[in-house]
Each structure stands twice: as C-alpha cells, then as structure tokens.
Write a protein that binds this ligand. Structure first.
Ligand SMILES: [Mn+2]
Length: 384
C-alpha cells in the first residue's frame, strides 16, 4: 500500500498582512503533479487544512478545486482529511456527505455517544480491483480523547491481515518543536499510545521527523509551505510504502516555495544599517518574505520600519517584521527559558533547545535515544 502523507497546509493564512494564496495554489498544483505521477493508493491530510476556523470563500474555493483535481489525477485513490486544531471540526464535518459523493472522506470530530465508531474512524483502502490493501484509522484533533485506550481500541477493530495506518493531529512527547512559539505541550501523548500501528501519519508539528521511540513508524510529514520564519527546514510531503507489517519505506518529495521566507542575516543579528545592506545584497530573485534580524542596544529610530519596507519593496520583496536583540541578551537568549516554558517542555525538548542554541545543530537520533533511556531509568527509580 502506497500512501501520500501531508498535513498543516494552513490554507488562507495571511502572513503579516500579505495574502499567501499564490504560494498555496502553487503548492496544491505541485501536489496534484505528485499524485498524478505517483498514483498512490491513499492521500492522507493530517489536519490544519485551513489556517482559521472560518476560511474565506476564496480559500474554500482553492481547496475544493484542488481536492477535485486530486480525485481526477488518481481516480482510484482513497482520500482522507481530518481536522486539526486550526480547523473547525463542525465546519469540516458539515459537508461530509457531499465529499463522500466525490469519494473523499472527511472527519471533523471524534465519535461520541451513539456514533458508530468504526463507521466514523475506519476507512478501508481498496485497489482498482476491489481487493483490500489496508485500513486508515482517522482521528481528528480533539482536546480529550473518549478513552485512554482509544487508539488501541480502534486498532483492534481493523483487519490486521493488512497494514493499518493511524492518522492523527496531536503532539507526541519527545518531538522536535523547533519553529513553534506557542504549542500546547500539556496535551502531548507518549509514543506508546500509538504503538501497534504499521504507520502513524501525524500532523501538528511543522518540522518533518520520525519520533524517537516510534521505531521509524511514527512520523510528522511537516508543513509543505513554511507557516513561520522559524521553520527553517526543507518542506516536503512524505511518500510511504507499506509492505505487510514491515517497517515502512518513506521518501520525502520536496515542495518548492515560490515566495520563500528569509531571516536576514540568517544567523547572528547585525545593526539595522548592516542588516539592510544584506537585504539589498540578497540574490534570491523570487518575491521573498523578509524578517530582519537586528542588533540594537537601544530603541530603533522611528523610521526603521519604513526604511525596511522601502528597501524590501525596491528589490521586489515583502518586509514582514524585525527580530530585535540587545547586545547584552544576545548570548544568553538562545537557550534561556522562562519558568513557564520550562514547565511546558519535556527534558528532551530542553536538551534540543540547548544544543540548537549552543551548537547550532539538532540532537542526533542516537543522542535522543540515549536521553530517552536515561529518562526512563530515572522514571522507573522514581516509581520504585
Ligand atoms: Mn499546524
């Protein structure tokens, strides 16, 4: 079974008052090409389809066009969309029956009360000849799951003779949240909660990654288009091939952004005039979004913003914002945390921030595993 895993499109996002429809349309066209070329058995969209609960008519139109284009590009493909925390569950669900006519399953809310749990959350995937290839278990974002063993219960309802794939929109403990300023860490679940599935197609975290402790089966595909300036990684969709219950093969397919987000300078902040010189020297000929990374001991001159807008516009770019660092704080700031942040982060995340701030790199998978095992030991000692 071959699945195309994507999430966090954030359609309709307005970035510092700039409409992103052009870029998002460009992404959807690339995805259509990928679908046509790869002919996957299933396309999974793991939440945050829209940036806001009530997207504009233009945004919904872009979405509807794209979904129907995917359907045409690969008529036999199963398509499943779940709601993320940015989506309105009821809005995603309201035209569910209409989408069903187009062979597209949308799941906005988790089954409650008398709802048929299997009918809501289990979607079989068939090949063109009608033979069962596998099952998709689709669980949209929600703040409180119906039960502690909800994922395990759903797994037990699926036909285990074929691969079973869970798609969900949530935070898994130990994931790398670099690029997210304010993510709810309190509702994160440990990887053990999703154990047993052949593959877990996650949305919510925008940096593509496998989860440590998830045996290379639990993955965030990441956002296809950067949602914020801090998402400095390659953006892609994930093509996943499942062969029985083997560890799946994952290949990423890069998404080219027609309007990239640049922080200038990219690493260390510089005084405003030097930062503006770097902006003038930017060789990227595309229309870019600009965040200036400015070092300033005191308040910036009143015309700093206007100057930045002018320089950016003269070169065809879109000035967005300034990140201002004072010389005193610049050394500490990269890895200092508030008490509030510290409470919300897991020990792994604290280590990740420290290594990123101090050494400018990510924790290796080996280091993450070592840390996890030490933490587990401490945990066991605490409980004995
Ligand atoms: Mn998101």
């Amino acid at each position: 079974m071959k699945i195309l895993h994507t999430s966090d499109w954030h359609l309709g996002q307005v970035l510092y008052n700039y409409d992103r429809e052009e870029e998002q349309t460009a992404f959807l066209l690339q995805l259509e090409q990928i679908v046509r070329q790869e002919q996957p058995d299933a396309l999974l969209v793991s939440g945050d389809v829209f940036h806001t609960p009530a997207p504009s008519a233009a945004t919904v139109k872009m979405y509807v066009r794209a979904m129907l284009a995917f359907r045409t590009a690969c008529p036999a493909m199963t398509i499943v969309v779940i709601a993320g925390n940015h989506d309105s569950a009821s809005r995603i669900d309201c035209d569910r029956e209409l989408w069903r006519v187009a062979g597209i399953t949308v799941v906005g809310a988790v089954a409650r009360g008398d709802d048929d749990v299997a009918a809501r959350h289990l979607i079989p995937v068939h090949d063109a000849g009608g033979e069962l290839l596998g099952t998709i278990v689709a669980v949209p974002h929600c703040y409180r799951l119906p039960g502690d063993a909800f994922f395990a219960d759903l797994l037990a309802m699926a036909d285990r003779s074929r691969p079973v794939v869970l798609m969900a929109h949530l935070t898994i403990t130990g994931s790398d949240i670099t690029g997210h300023d304010n993510i709810g860490m309190l509702d994160s679940v440990p990887p053990a909660v999703v154990a047993g599935y052949d593959y877990v197609a996650l949305g919510h975290i925008h940096r593509p990654q496998f989860i440590a402790g998830g045996e290379h089966r639990v993955r965030y595909c990441g956002s296809p288009v950067a949602v914020s300036f801090d998402e400095q990684c390659e953006h892609s969709v994930s093509l996943v091939t499942l062969n029985g219950h083997d560890v799946p093969q994952v290949r990423t397919i890069a998404i080219k952004n027609v309007c990239p987000l640049h922080t200038i300078p990219a690493s260390e902040p510089l005084p405003l005039s030097e930062a503006l010189q770097q902006l003038e020297a930017l060789t990227d000929r595309r229309q870019c979004y600009i965040r200036l990374n400015v070092l300033a001991a005191e308040a910036l001159p009143v015309d700093a913003h206007d100057r930045s807008v002018r320089v950016a516009r003269a070169h065809g770019h879109r000035f967005c914002t300034m990140r201002v660092t004072s010389p005193r704080s610049s050394e500490r700031e990269q890895y200092s945390l508030s008490a509030q942040q510290l409470q919300e982060l897991s020990p792994i995340e604290v280590a990740q921030r420290y290594v990123a701030g101090r050494q400018g790199r990510d924790l290796t998978e080996r280091e993450q595993q070592m840390l996890q095992s030490v933490l587990r030991q401490i945990d066991e000692e605490d409980h004995s």
